[in-house]
Design a protein around this ligand. Sequence first.
Ligand SMILES: Nc1nc2c(c(=O)[nH]1)N[C@H]1C(S)=C(S)[C@@H](COP(=O)(O)O)O[C@H]1N2
Ligand SMILES: [Mo]
Length: 412
Amino acid sequence: MNDQDQSPEEKSTPHVAPVDTESTASGPARDASVSDEAKVSTSSDEKPALPEPDELEPKELAVEVDPQPKPDSDFESESKARLDEGDATVLAASRKHTRRSFFVAAGGAAAGYGLYRWIDQSPGDEMQPEPFRRTFQANATVAREVFRDHALTPTYPLKAARDLRVNGVYGLKSMLKAESWRLQLVGSRHDAAHLRFTSDVTAWEYKYLNADTHEDQGHDTKIDPNIKTAEKMAPEPMLNQARAQEERTGRMPRGTEEAGESDSTLQAGTPGLLLTMEDILKLPRHELITQFKCIEGWSQIVQWAGVRMADFMEAYPPKSIGGRVPKYVYMETPDGDYYTGYDLDVCRHPQTLLVTEMMGAPLTQFHGAPLRLHMPTKYGYKQIKRIGLISYTNQKPDDYWTKLGYDWDAGL
Ligand SMILES: Nc1nc2c(c(=O)[nH]1)N[C@H]1C(S)=C(S)[C@@H](COP(=O)(O)O)O[C@H]1N2
Ligand SMILES: [Mo]
């Protein structure tokens, strides 16, 4: 049923087209039409004034030195220092004016409409618009090779940001009941004394709206939207097993989307915390406007808001394993249909966000409500939507697309 050589985007295409109505402004960059452009320039008149020309330059890249694994006593102080350093660098870079800024301004002929058109239609290398690309190459070529996971990625002015298309709906197809969302956290230092502690996080039941609302936005149109999850997959033995389990438990099976179940999925009886959205929102809010890059070649500049993963990891630090900070972080959707693994250090990057809002509005179902990841140093398929579990681990975790032949690192 799976073509192993298909990319995440190609596979997702059948799900994507009907959902485009959900996004309000534009589709993928390569499909940008005149009317989309017009929309952007119209809204630019209403929103804050035209950006200073130099704002259209991505901010200069900063490089952070790759830290060696540290005993976990150093964990908080080190990550704090790194965040401060990141802030300072972003601030410094944003004050810089470059000659190229004026070139960008001239190309745009001072008109919002013309400017966006020009940027969009520039011949791109990997779909990176030409004006942005040149700075990028000048600053980044060497840095990326050596430090890629630790460099700051460029940020952009709000006016360059667009609504992101929906791409990939594994683990999102049924509407999650908002009140049934919890973040399962496993491997943190907190123990049984913690308010949110539970002896078995897997016992938490995520609830979904009735089957007749499944895929109501046109996903998987070849499949009867009312049938149970188990009937959408192959091979047959797996189907039967999952069907039997559905009958027995009345619950959706875990991890039964196309890539199959993750080996990193928790065993029943795994203790941990069950965090609420209130817990998450107690952390400092951050906004970030970065380029979202899909491995297929399209990219879009998007405004994100949420909390830094680094702050989350300070509030809920990993428990050391064998005297050291664990190497990896594993995440999955409620019930495990989509899952991703990360080097722990990349999660502490100051631009890695646990996102609650996109483009000034709460996340929608298919963009991963109520919580998704944004990790601008990685391709889109690492940026898991609808996070249900975060687990610190020393076992290199499974990754949905890696199981289908993609690179685990997924670095840009
Ligand atoms: N739960 C979940 N997260 C996911 C996916 C998915 O199918 N399910 N697809 C990934 C891929 S391949 C991409 S490109 C981005 C797309 O995010 P968007 O739909 O908000 O554009 O989500 C990523 N995260
Ligand atoms: Mo993707």
